[in-house]
Ligand binder design. Structure first.
Ligand code: ADP
Ligand code: ZN
Length: 487
């Protein structure tokens, strides 16, 4: 069959010559553990004989798992760069919809090339696209199922054909290691697994350093501060931030990229670009009260993250936004803080109820968000006494048919639904009561918003007449973005 397809079946893997755009470990930052684990692979590629003489079993397959944009591809290329060996890559997702036989023939071709060029790296991105568990329910829906299977089988065949003299190392990448077929993870296949974690604050600073190497920075730019204000961002986001800031600086005819370029670029990325829309006077007023409601509840609720910014300028699909964000990266939330999140999310809709006596479609994303939080409280975090510390939501949230799904009886399911309902209802009553009691603050903030459209942390608290907790004003608003969806 591959002959009939001719060159169509040929590997489209790009071959990176060692001399070309070489990437090294110096280009990869903030993921030091993954780097350290791969140093061994580099050493093997450089000195395969050293390992063979001692009869060591060389890893043939390394699986990098981590969120998109954390630097898995970059890391694989850096391994090739450090070892000075060719890099062959393919994205597994290309084969899902392909004609049957193409994927397998490409894989054969790819490995043939790599073996000829050995020592070499073969990189397979999005491995889960073809390597999903064959028993998981999802597979059956895929149109290119046969192709998927054949491609996967061909990869396994190739890897099984490696012997101790083969110095080709296959690096696979996925953000869904939980759905991978067990066959892929067997000894001799992807038996070395490395988690690529999102960077922490110091890691983000290191990544920013890498990406500003060729960028002239103004004296007021503090990369440590930018790192502090970007929790949740991964390498690709930070690279994008630097690029946006540079573009903005150029547009403004700045000679260097300064602090304001970074701040504005971050705002654009996090809030979305401002959008021109005609809003009726009534819609504007409703939006102002909606956002003021979120903000007032955020300011007056114990355990809620400080409110950083409120705006009624439409951006993206949102009519307005309220940002609340913690002082630093958060990895763990206490129960009152989780409740506070639900209350803040309810604040917008509740304000509409209190002021206009009716709700609108503008609260859709709020409702989605708070329902998800309440469900996790009950089903994952053991925060409902009726359910107890029992996991009733499978960890990957992909529905009940994937491996690892918890067994849940219809009775328990009903109980979960009831508990979610109870938590949200109680929160709703509290929030409406809070806003009624503080109606004058709500009115004052809504009025200030109608006048100024956007208020920063300090002005939000001042306009509402709320004492701000004696904390330094941090301008970190990346973590807990809240948007209001246009109805
Ligand atoms: P993944 O493969 O995990 O989705 P990529 O390696 O494709 O992520 O990352 C995309 C780009 O983002 C990289 O080319 C690089 O510019 C930047 N990047 C991502 N992670 C890092 C990192 N840890 N250090 C430096 N740059 C990074
Ligand atoms: Zn809202």
């Amino acid at each position: 069959m591959q002959n009939v397809l001719g060159s169509f079946g040929r590997s489209r893997a790009r071959r990176y010559q060692p001399s070309g755009d070489r990437v090294t470990f110096a280009d990869v930052a903030g993921i030091d553990e993954a780097k350290a684990e791969l140093a061994e692979v580099v050493d093997f590629l450089r000195h395969p004989d050293k390992y063979r003489k001692l009869g060591g079993r060389i890893p043939h397959g390394v699986l990098l798992s981590g969120l998109p944009g954390t630097g898995k591809t970059l890391l694989a290329r850096a391994v090739a760069g450090e070892a000075d060996v060719p890099f062959f890559s393919m994205a597994a997702s290309e084969f899902v919809e392909a004609i049957v036989g193409v994927g397998a023939s490409r894989v054969r071709d790819l490995f043939t090339q790599a073996k000829e060029a050995a020592p070499a790296i073969v990189f397979i991105d999005e491995l889960d696209a073809i390597g999903r568990s064959r028993t998981s329910g999802v597979a059956g829906f895929s149109g290119g199922n046969d192709e998927r299977e054949q491609t996967l089988n061909q990869i396994l065949t190739e890897m099984d054909g490696f012997d101790s003299s083969t110095s080709v190392i296959v690096i696979g990448a996925t953000n869904r290691p939980d759905v991978l077929d067990q066959a892929l993870l067997r000894p001799g296949r992807f038996d070395r697994r490395i988690a690529v974690q999102p960077p922490d604050r110091a890691g983000r600073e290191a990544i920013l350093k890498v990406h500003t190497r060729g960028v002239p920075l103004g004296p007021d730019v503090d990369l440590g501060r930018i790192a502090a204000t970007t929790p949740g961002m991964v390498g690709a986001d930070l690279a994008n931030l630097v690029n946006e800031a540079a573009l903005l600086a150029a547009r403004r005819n700045h000679q260097v990229v300064d602090e304001s370029d970074f701040t504005d670029a971050l705002e654009r990325i996090v809030l979305g670009a401002e959008r021109q829309v005609m809003m009726s006077v009534e819609d504007r007023r409703r939006t102002a009260y909606h956002e003021a409601g979120h903000a007032i509840v955020g300011m007056l609720t114990e355990g809620a993250d400080p409110v950083r910014k409120v705006s009624i300028i439409p951006r993206g699909v949102a009519l307005g936004v309220t940002f609340a964000a913690p002082e630093s990266d958060r990895f763990n939330y206490r129960e009152p803080e989780v409740h506070a999140k639900i209350n803040v999310a309810l604040g917008g809709r509740a304000a509409e109820e209190v002021v206009f006596g009716e709700t609108s479609t503008g609260a859709e994303s709020d409702i989605q968000q708070l329902t998800e939080i309440a469900r996790q409280m009950v089903g994952r975090w053991g925060m409902s006494s009726a359910i107890g510390p029992v996991a009733v939501i499978p960890r990957d949230g992909q529905g009940p048919f994937l491996p690892g799904a918890a067994e849940v009886s219809p009775h328990t399911q009903q109980l979960v639904d009831d508990e979610v309902r109870r938590i949200v209802d109680e929160a709703h009553d509290d929030v409406v009561a809070l806003l009624r009691e503080n109606r004058s603050k709500l009115d004052a903030l809504a009025t200030a918003l109608l006048e100024h459209e956007t208020l920063d942390e300090e002005d939000v608290y001042a306009a509402a007449g709320v004492e701000r907790a004696a904390k330094p004003p941090a301008d970190s608003y990346a973590a807990a973005a809240h948007t209001r969806v246009d109805g």
